[in-house]
Write a protein that binds this ligand. Structure first.
Ligand code: PGA
Length: 268
């Protein structure tokens, strides 16, 4: 399939960073990444820092994302945040169904699909996370698990909504462990997910959906991973918490640069 997708590098800060720390980090990122146009860049601070970070990155090339949201629009849901509340802060993306939430908050595919629909209704692009555990991979159940998650979490989306959905393939065993999946494992999983999108929607949708890889992405493996044919960016945890490593990941991830290099190598 022809590649026609812009890379997106996203920094998931998880439950770290006070407002002051968050502002410090985006200040550095703004300076370091000001020239980057070939890659979409997004940061995902905790809810408490969204408002201040939104102001700090206003009119820069760094976009804002949230780490979760409610499936409800308004009402008696103590502790929850609605899509419109995020939209008011210029949030462009929302991570849904991260494996930590699937595990800790027992989020189901059904719930994630409701959240995805609520996000689209507010014109926020969901990044839907899927991925198998080590036990599932070892039991050769990876494809089954991915199929169930992709089918269930994207259930009810129209073709237009699907095109504006990002999928993050994050093998659970590679998250925060320093154990990155091999390029062969990553490409295989991404190709499988894209094949599922053909089945669930159609070829043209599948060709346009961006699929990020996540799980111990760092400055040294970013280039190789993002050069794979079906990898359209990275969802970065640990290495997004410092300006230097996140900047290097973004800079190393330009596919244009990779192609140029490849041409150099191959003398074409
Ligand atoms: P990691 O986290 O980069 O620290 O492995 C990735 C994620 O959880 O999205």
């Amino acid at each position: 399939m022809k590649k026609e997708r812009k890379l997106i590098i996203a920094g998931n800060w998880k439950m770290t960073k006070t407002v002051a720390e968050a502002l410090h980090l985006v200040d550095d990122l703004k300076t370091e990444l000001a020239e980057i146009e070939a890659v979409d860049i997004a940061v995902f601070p905790p809810f408490t820092a969204l408002s201040e970070v939104a102001k700090a990155i206003h009119s820069s090339n760094i976009h804002l994302g949230a780490q979760n949201m409610s499936e409800h629009n308004i009402g008696a849901h103590t502790g929850e945040i609605a899509a419109q509340m995020l939209k008011e802060l210029s949030v462009r993306y929302v991570i849904l169904g991260h494996s930590e939430r699937r595990q800790d908050q027992k989020e189901s595919d059904e719930l994630i699909s409701k959240k995805a629909q609520a996000a689209h209704a507010a014109s926020i692009q969901p990044i839907i996370c899927v991925g198998e555990t080590l036990a599932e991979r070892e039991a050769k159940r990876m494809e089954k698990v991915l199929e169930t998650q992709v089918r269930g979490s994207l259930n009810g989306l129209s073709k237009d909504q699907a095109v504006n959905t990002i999928i993050a393939y994050e093998p659970v065993w590679a998250i925060g462990t320093g154990k990155t999946a091999t390029t062969a494992q990553v490409q295989e999983a991404h190709e499988f997910i894209r094949g599922l999108l053909v089945k669930l929607f159609d070829e043209s949708v599948a060709r346009r959906v961006r699929i990020q890889y996540g799980g111990s992405v760092n400055p040294s493996n970013a280039r190789e991973l993002t050069s794979l044919p079906d990898v359209d960016g990275a969802l970065v945890g640990g290495a997004s918490l410092e300006a230097r490593s996140f900047t290097e990941i973004v800079k190393n991830s330009s596919k244009e640069k990779n192609r140029e290099e490849l041409r150099g190598f191959l003398k074409i």
